[in-house]
Design a protein around this ligand. Structure first.
Ligand SMILES: [Zn+2]
Length: 263
């Protein structure tokens, strides 16, 4: 599932490609047809990411709300485009580029009020100025495991299954540690690791937790199986022990029991 770095990356890419353009909007698959009519022929004003949500605001005050979910993806091609292939939920044709969206969990036209409601339910987003103290207040008030709290979008917006595993491994924190047992200094370590990892991942457009020194090559040259330290791995890169898998907040959590103990 795309995590927060990806939505911010897409927002910046789509702003550069389509903001200010009059777009021909359709739904080749049909499921977005009624909403497409509300913005067809309108000018896209701006694109914004909040956590894992994308908001495309048009000059007629309509907003396209997209949540990619686990299977959603965008594809860009030159205009005029080839005929749509597969299940294209939404197609935008701009003067130079065409955008196709396939398989999102959410793609609908909303108004400002609904956008505000969605954003108010989300916790701070570290990639758009979310405050450490606001997140710590929520984490330290909960007895739930930190591995689950990091996935809770009402506590923190943008972190998903890969980031949570990589962040907790980097700082050596047990994913089962209850939020209310984390002191401010350890939370500071977590926040530093998280913001740095998310910024590096935003820059590269994909999640990267290793350093170029560890990988022995520049980050731009990493293969897909070289980007993580624990996620999807069988052995710990620090102690060479076996990586454990456990369900936390109904998602598979990867961690090293030896390197991630207590606080
Ligand atoms: Zn280890």
């Amino acid at each position: 599932m795309p995590e927060g770095h990806k939505t911010h990356y897409l927002a910046s890419e789509h702003n550069a490609l389509f903001a200010g353009e009059t777009l021909g909007v359709s739904s080749p698959q049909g499921r977005f047809s009624a909403d497409a009519k509300k913005i067809d022929g309108c000018v896209l004003a701006s694109v914004r990411a909040v956590g894992k949500h994308l908001f495309y605001e048009f000059e007629n005050a309509r907003i396209v709300h997209v949540h990619l979910g686990r299977y959603g993806s965008f594809a860009v091609q030159d205009s005029p485009p080839r005929p749509p292939r597969g299940q294209v939920r939404m197609r935008w044709i701009g003067s130079a580029q065409t955008l196709d969206l396939r398989g999102p969990t959410q793609c609908r036209v909303i108004d400002h009020e609904t956008q505000t409601e969605i954003c108010e339910k989300l916790g701070p987003d570290p990639l758009s100025g979310g405050k450490k103290s606001d997140v710590f207040a929520k984490v330290s008030a909960s007895g739930k495991p930190i591995g689950g709290l990091l996935l809770d979008q009402t506590i923190l917006a943008g972190v998903g299954n890969i980031f949570r595993a990589e962040i907790l491994f980097e700082i050596g924190m047990d994913p089962k540690l209850p939020g209310n047992e984390i002191d401010p200094s350890r939370f500071n370590d977590l926040w530093k690791s998280m913001t740095k990892m998310m910024r590096v991942s935003l820059k590269h457009g994909r999640i990267i937790s290793v350093t170029s020194k560890e990988a022995g090559k520049p980050l731009t040259q990493l293969g897909n199986d070289e980007r993580f330290r624990v996620y999807g791995k069988t052995h710990c890169p620090r102690c060479n022990g076996k990586i454990s898998q456990d369900k936390i907040a109904s998602r598979k959590m990867y961690f090293c029991e030896r390197c991630q103990r207590g606080t």
